[in-house]
Design a protein around this ligand. Structure first.
Ligand code: SAM
Length: 391
């Protein structure tokens, strides 16, 4: 492919990414992969170059652009070599006078107004830097020091005692430690959420929004003798957990939930559970390092809906925790309504519950919880709070 053809390909892919963000479709990475499945003529250098253009355009554009073409015109405004490709054979059509270009910004302006006050403008660039690849060591079966010997380029993560940090483009899926269930890919922030739970052997633990089970697996490694139930309303995500648990040598039950019948389906756990983790669906505003096009997905309506869903899940969780037990709430979000504000409202509805300290290194106090941010902690952005049910 010529450089101009690569730019045109990036424009077409960006059209699909924009539509997918609007319609809640697949992530940008999957769209790039799909695009090249039917274009075998593109070599690995072409794919890398196009991917790079797509993500450069996504990172520089906080608001969802009108079209892929507007996004690449915006990208070319700061890059003479790209600007010269418009009108070249197989390249994008020549620019017409006054044609719209997407403007450069880090975040949509309405999202900035929703951010936790801890996230100042100086931190915005860090939200979009490429994230390293973090591994979580399966401490039920080995130690971090032992695993570090097999990853000479790795370093111990500064905040999680279970983590190893590798360069962003590292591959681990063919490493024997991965195949043998001794490590999992997991951002240090996610590891800290599991640490915040303080799981202990012998406890009954319910991961109410388990997804593909990243946190359930971390809890199982931390407390090998615990009884863990991983529940989720998404069959496809939950189905990924059993093979991961088998690889890790962990025993984790799974249960598919059918909203709004969650409480009936979890009847035997009602008032019985030592620890309920609610790793709730959210805006994903803390994970822009990995999914920068996530900024194009959030809308005020979607935020309202997800905040209501979080509230409902918290109320369900409150029914499941035993007297004297605890609820840990987490979102990969930096927006106050999903974090500190959500917990303030919970404590109004459940006034006898007590806010507990979050026992993790790093982070800053945000209301009655802790906020982790890429700029301050080098992790994905998370809010986490711990709430105790009185005896
Ligand atoms: C942030 S993700 C969980 C990620 C997961 N804990 C992990 O560590 O990989 C939120 C999950 O909540 C699930 N969810 C949404 N509504 C739900 C409901 N009513 N009951 C249970 N799970 C729900 C979604 O399917 C999604 O998998």
């Amino acid at each position: 492919m010529t450089p101009a053809a690569r730019l045109q390909a990036a424009s077409e892919i960006l059209d699909a990414v924009i539509a997918s963000a609007r319609d809640d479709g697949p992530p940008a990475d999957a769209i790039v992969t799909r695009y090249f499945k039917t274009r075998r003529y593109a070599g690995s250098k072409d794919r890398r170059a196009v991917r790079e253009l797509v993500f450069r355009a996504i990172r520089r554009t906080g608001e969802r652009p009108d079209s892929g073409r507007a996004a690449i015109i915006g990208l070319a405004e700061g890059d003479e070599a790209l600007a010269a490709m418009f009108g070249e054979p197989r390249g994008p059509e020549p620019r017409t006078p006054g044609e719209a270009a997407s403007s450069s910004s880090l975040l949509p302006s309405w999202v900035i107004a929703e951010l936790s006050p801890l996230v100042r403008e100086t931190e915005f660039p860090a939200l979009l830097e490429r994230a390293p690849l973090d591994l979580r060591v399966n401490v039920a079966r080995t130690s971090r020091d032992a695993i570090l010997e097999g990853f000479p380029e790795g370093t111990a993560t500064p905040l999680s005692p279970w983590g190893i940090r590798l360069a962003a483009d590292s591959r681990v899926d063919d490493h024997p430690a991965f195949a043998g269930g001794l490590v999992e890919v997991q951002d240090e922030g996610s590891q800290l959420i599991a640490l915040a739970c303080g799981a202990r052997s012998g406890e009954t633990i319910l991961d109410l929004c388990a997804g593909a089970g990243g946190k359930s697996l971390a809890l199982a490694a931390a407390a090998p003798g615990a009884r863990i139930l991983a529940a989720d309303s998404n069959r496809m995500r939950l189905s990924k957990l059993p093979p991961r648990a088998e690889r890790a040598g962990a025993t984790i039950e799974t249960r598919l939930l059918n909203p709004p019948k969650e409480l009936d389906e979890l009847a035997e756990w009602r008032n019985q559970t030592d620890l309920v983790l609610v790793d709730a669906p959210c805006s994903g505003s803390g994970t822009s390092r990995r999914n920068p096009e996530g900024r194009w997905r959030i809308t005020p309506d979607r935020l309202d809906r997800v905040v209501a869903l979080q509230e409902g899940l918290l109320d369900i969780a409150a029914e499941l925790v035993r007297p004297g037990g605890r609820l840990v709430y987490a979102v990969c979000s930096l927006l106050s309504r999903e974090g500190a504000g959500q917990i303030d409202r919970f404590l109004v509805r459940h006034s006898s519950w007590i806010s507990e300290d979050v026992p993790i290194a790093g982070g800053r106090r945000d209301g009655t919880g802790t906020l982790l941010t890429p700029g301050h902690d080098g992790t994905d952005g998370f809010f986490v709070a711990r709430l105790g049910r009185p005896c």
